[in-house]
Design a protein around this ligand. Sequence first.
Ligand SMILES: Cc1cc2nc3c(=O)[nH]c(=O)nc-3n(C[C@H](O)[C@H](O)[C@H](O)COP(=O)(O)OP(=O)(O)OC[C@H]3O[C@@H](n4cnc5c(N)ncnc54)[C@H](O)[C@@H]3O)c2cc1C
Length: 260
Amino acid sequence: MKICDELSCTGCLACADTCKMQAISVKKNRQGFSYPVINDSVCVRCGKCVSVCPVNVQKKNKAAAVPFACWDKDDKERKSATSGGFFTCLAKKFVEDGGVAYGAAYDSSMKVVHKRITSLNEVTQMRGSKYVQSDTSQIYKKVKADLSIGKKVLFSGTPCQVAALKNYLGKDYENLLLVDIMCHGVPSPLIYDDYRKWLENKQKSKIRKLDFRYKKPGWTVFSMKADFENGKSYVSSKYEDPYHCFFSLGGRSDVKAVLL
Ligand SMILES: Cc1cc2nc3c(=O)[nH]c(=O)nc-3n(C[C@H](O)[C@H](O)[C@H](O)COP(=O)(O)OP(=O)(O)OC[C@H]3O[C@@H](n4cnc5c(N)ncnc54)[C@H](O)[C@@H]3O)c2cc1C
């Protein structure tokens, strides 16, 4: 049984969460992206993994979209965020009201994973764009559990992750707010791991903090900033930093030639 074509797979992992038989394990493909693998001896061919996949099924919004533009009026908060800092405002409101927020954060080894938070002091973990595919293992189950006990839930992710969650839930919830970030694609965790190793070898120290969108040099001319355990920092503009060059040029047809 095949869920979707490997090249189209977004690595959302809703298929693994939906499988009652736990027949799906998550592997890394050759490029380092998450990819589901079915254990045929356990699979009962119910087809749920195929129908939850946002590559196969895309739900249309019932109402026409109404656009708003917002930014955080608190200068300090906005400057720490990637863009206008609206996510932080929303997440604060949800947790202040006793709800929960889901979004992308670093784990203790600097990998990017989707997390569930319930308190104000955790909100900053999710702030800031992390330009890499986040690990969403088990996250859809947690969202559903929160919704079913009536918690107010804010879920933020890439449009693919949000579409996956909609399919996974299968119905609308009044206590759920979905926020998809503007996204032109996520780089591979393998390249992200190699990049961190490269930085750590250069500085001979472990990274303690990473900011993909350091705005001090300017909002549009942003930079990559890494802070190391030895107290040193690395700052390089999006035009010079190798990771940013690949990420920004990712949509161009000539980039494949550079990667090969
Ligand atoms: C992979 C990626 C591609 C992007 N591509 C574009 C683009 O093409 N054009 C554009 O204008 N903007 C792009 N962005 C920027 C993104 O739209 C901004 O993060 C968004 O505008 C949020 O701004 P904010 O100030 O409200 O968020 P902040 O307060 O900075 O919070 C960041 C938000 O992004 C989420 N997030 C961070 N990293 C990830 C991740 N790896 N996966 C899923 N969610 C994540 C967090 O959960 C949080 O909700 C991209 C971001 C990412 C992570």
